[in-house]
Write a protein that binds this ligand. Structure first.
Ligand SMILES: [Zn+2]
Length: 242
């Protein structure tokens, strides 16, 4: 190919018409679609570009686009596979170190680093009830007692100082901030609970929560730890006061 021919081909670039056929971007006046000049245009034909050459150029261009699409698709698939591999690796690591029943502090909604108040209100002090597994896109998750569904492993901390003992599946520190959330949770699992009120200096004050129907009920005051046993029963570990 002569330089002149290559230069001409570059100058007289082509595009495809919506209803088929090709037009010369250089020879066709701007905004004049009615007068599109067919490609290869006269200057190219004059330079010796044959219709076969033109077909070849178009076919090559299409092959290049197709190859780009395929490369991009392969890239996306490789990235997804890598995400899955990393997620599965994290789940496998977790499972090899922490069997079902491991004590954890889970933050399903938000980690304490991002919102300490909300994290304390919504955290679940519990034990794992499933092995870790991955979602379709590779996110590793695990389920814990006292929470439906899975929680991303990034939001599940191993609780090395857990107050839980054998047969206990959940511990929850009752606070003014956490009482309504905890009350709602009891509601959902069909456990009767109501605010507990006491006479403090002549005034009736809400000091905690009564859990369960009388006479089998327990009373948790703010600061106490509520323990749920595997059999569904509750008991309260009183906060140590100095
Ligand atoms: Zn042209």
């Amino acid at each position: 190919m002569s330089t002149t021919r290559d230069d001409l081909l570059k100058l007289h670039d082509w595009d495809e018409l919506i209803f088929g056929g090709f037009y010369c971007l250089h020879c066709t006046p701007e905004d004049a679609w009615d007068y599109s000049v067919a490609w290869p245009c006269q200057p190219l034909l004059d330079a010796g570009v044959t219709l076969d050459d033109a077909r070849e150029i178009i076919a090559q261009h299409r092959d290049e686009i197709e190859a780009k699409h395929q490369a991009r698709a392969a890239e996306i698939k490789a990235k997804k596979d890598e995400e899955k591999r990393k997620g599965q690796q994290a789940a496998d690591d977790f499972n090899s170190r922490y069997p079902i029943g491991t004590r954890v502090i889970a933050h399903p909604d938000v980690r304490p680093e991002f919102d300490a108040v909300e994290a304390t209100r919504t955290r679940v002090v519990s034990t794992t009830r499933t092995p870790a597994w991955i979602l379709g896109h590779g996110e590793p998750i695990v389920s814990v007692h006292g929470y439906a569904g899975g929680i991303t492993l990034d939001h599940v901390d191993i609780d090395h100082d857990s107050p839980l003992g054998d047969g206990e599946i959940l511990a929850h520190t009752l606070t003014v901030d956490s009482i309504s959330g905890f009350d709602n949770w009891l509601d959902r699992i069909d456990v009767f609970a109501k605010g507990y009120w006491e006479n403090v200096d002549g005034k009736l004050v809400n000091t905690g929560l009564r859990i369960g129907e009388k006479p089998g009920h327990v009373i948790a005051r703010f600061g106490d730890t509520i323990i749920r046993r595997a059999d569904g029963s509750f008991y309260v570990r009183t906060a140590v006061t100095s």
